[in-house]
Design a protein around this ligand. Structure first.
Ligand SMILES: Nc1ncnc2c1ncn2[C@@H]1O[C@H](COP(=O)(O)OP(=O)(O)OP(=O)(O)O)[C@@H](O)[C@H]1O
Ligand SMILES: [Mg+2]
Length: 488
């Protein structure tokens, strides 16, 4: 056995190392004269390998780019380490772009950080260098005016015996964590057609989607709301399912109901819930089939394609005249559009949602209502008592009960009042009492005026889901009245 007595003392180690280094120098000077160059290099490396002290740590270099692409591990490390800065860090960079929700802190050049993972310390260092123009040598960067030639990388050092864990567990963990962080910070975008580009072809223009509507603020039948949320949850989880059954990973929703019942608000709530961008395709601005094809190809995965008011439209004769086009140039039909979208998304679209809205479901082209076209038909309807309570607690922050609520319940269930009208009424006064009294008066007035739900009304009071009935109309995209709308 190896006992303490057998252990070499530090001074003996030092003198042994010194004598080995001296022998090395001696060997080098002798070798210069006696041994030819290629062999000399090989021997020197072999001797150095045998006598130099062995390191017990391993350092991974994570460069910013991998060839011409960005290195995903670098981006992930940058995002992940920004959440691990400690009071020991002396210099941090702070940034916020137009597309960021929050300020982000990042390590500044030369900063170090220790991240303990599974009880193993990982020592990180952020390094920048600039390529010197004359010599092509890499020198440590300390001037800010040479940013274009700057090379950046992270070094992470850890015990060598943890190599497997670092590569198989730690780095994948960082990639996943960073993906989650980026997802949370993602700013949603709303893409609309740029009206300035007309004849030469339309293109998407984007703004930040800052719509406050969420499922919590949306007044709709609670069962229906749950059904929609569950449908969305199921959809995003079923990548493998769609692949297995050979279907495009897409889902279609038809939202129908009178103006002001929350169709556009529901679209915004869905986008906020899934963190999907919206592409608002105003068909009235698309003249040619080729434009439509180009626009659809330019939409992104994990997005919602919205076509509002499909029963309304596109004043074809006017547009044809304005653009000097022949009838044959205008080929946009609803079934053509749907077939094209199906084909396109089957081959190159993932996690796509398409939403059509209409105020008149009965006027729609049967092609759209055919089973398999729109997966879910969602009826948005007049405000129920439940809906009123939700809006009142949002707008007035009143408690869940109030002496006037009984009277409101009795009146509202018989009256056709949209959530938009209710919301408008609830915003009229900052004083909750006065507002509710005014609201009761409005309901009574409406009742007197006969603005009530008829038993045989085409618009049932409560929202329904999934009633895929056929209708007679064959209007689709090509009808008479032009009406372009945006999500408000
Ligand atoms: N169900 C609802 N829940 C909460 N707020 C609503 C609801 N419906 C309407 N509102 C309010 O009314 C405004 C207009 O509603 P929205 O634009 O969503 O209606 P719409 O059904 O899309 O109408 P249109 O058919 O005219 O496009 C919204 O910005 C919102 O403030
Ligand atoms: Mg709308």
């Amino acid at each position: 056995m190896f006992s303490a007595r057998d252990m070499p003392s530090p001074s003996s180690i030092f003198s042994a190392y010194a004598s080995m280094t001296a022998s090395m120098m001696l060997f080098r000077s002798m070798a210069n004269d006696l041994i030819p160059q290629p062999l000399r290099g090989y021997l020197l490396n072999a001797i150095r390998y045998l006598i130099e002290p062995r390191s017990s740590t391993l350092t991974l270099i994570i460069e910013e780019s991998a060839g011409i692409s960005r290195n995903m591990v670098y981006d992930a490390a940058e995002a992940y380490l920004s959440s691990r800065v400690t009071p020991d860090n002396h210099r941090l960079t702070v940034t916020k772009t137009r597309m960021d929700k929050n300020l982000s802190l990042r390590l500044e050049k030369g900063e170090k950080l220790i991240d303990v993972f599974n009880a193993v310390p990982f020592k990180w260092r952020f390094v920048c260098s600039v390529e010197s123009e004359k010599t092509n040598d890499v020198v440590v960067h300390n001037s800010s005016n040479a940013r274009s030639a700057e090379k950046r990388w992270f070094e992470v050092t850890f015990p060598k015996k943890q190599k497997e864990m670092a590569v198989q567990v730690y780095l994948p963990f960082i990639l996943e964590r960073a993906r989650e962080m980026m997802e949370q910070q993602r700013v949603l975008k709303m893409h609309t057609l740029d009206p300035s580009v007309c004849y030469s072809g339309v293109k998407w223009d984007s703004i930040i989607l800052d719509h406050p509507s969420t499922f919590e603020t949306l007044a709709m039948d609670p069962e229906l709301k749950n059904a929609v949320m569950q449908d969305l949850d199921r959809f995003v989880k079923r990548k493998e399912f769609y692949k297995r059954v050979g279907r495009a990973w897409k889902r279609g929703y038809l939202l129908y109901g009178p103006p002001g019942t929350g169709k556009s608000s529901l679209i915004a709530a869905m986008a906020n819930y899934l963190k999907f961008d919206i592409f608002d395709l105003q068909l009235g601005n698309v003249v040619r089939d080729s434009d439509l094809r180009r626009l659809l190809l330019a939409t992104a995965n994990r997005s919602i394609l919205v076509i509002e008011d499909i029963d309304c439209t596109v004043d074809i004769p006017d547009r044809r005249h304005a653009h000097g086009l022949k009838q044959s140039d205008i080929q946009i039909t609803l079934s053509g559009l749907l077939n094209f979208i199906d084909g396109l998304w089957s081959s190159c679209g993932d996690e796509r949602i398409i939403i059509f809205t209409t105020n008149h479901k009965e006027r729609l082209d049967p092609a759209l209502l055919r089973p398999g076209r729109m997966d879910m038909h969602i009826h948005m309807s007049y405000c129920s008592y439940q809906g009123f309570k939700l809006l009142a607690s949002n707008y007035l922050q009143t408690p869940s009960d109030h002496p006037l609520y009984g009277e409101i319940e009795g009146l509202i269930e018989d009256i056709q009042i949209t959530p938009a009208q209710v919301a408008e009424e609830l915003m009229k006064d900052e004083d909750a009492e006065a507002t509710l009294e005014g609201f009761v008066k409005l309901l009574k007035r409406k009742k007197m005026e006969g603005d009530v739900c008829q038993n045989n009304s085409a618009e049932p009071k409560r929202s329904k889901v999934g009633c895929k009935q056929k209708s007679k109309g064959n209007i689709g995209v090509s009808v008479t009245q032009r009406r372009t709308r945006r999500i408000r």
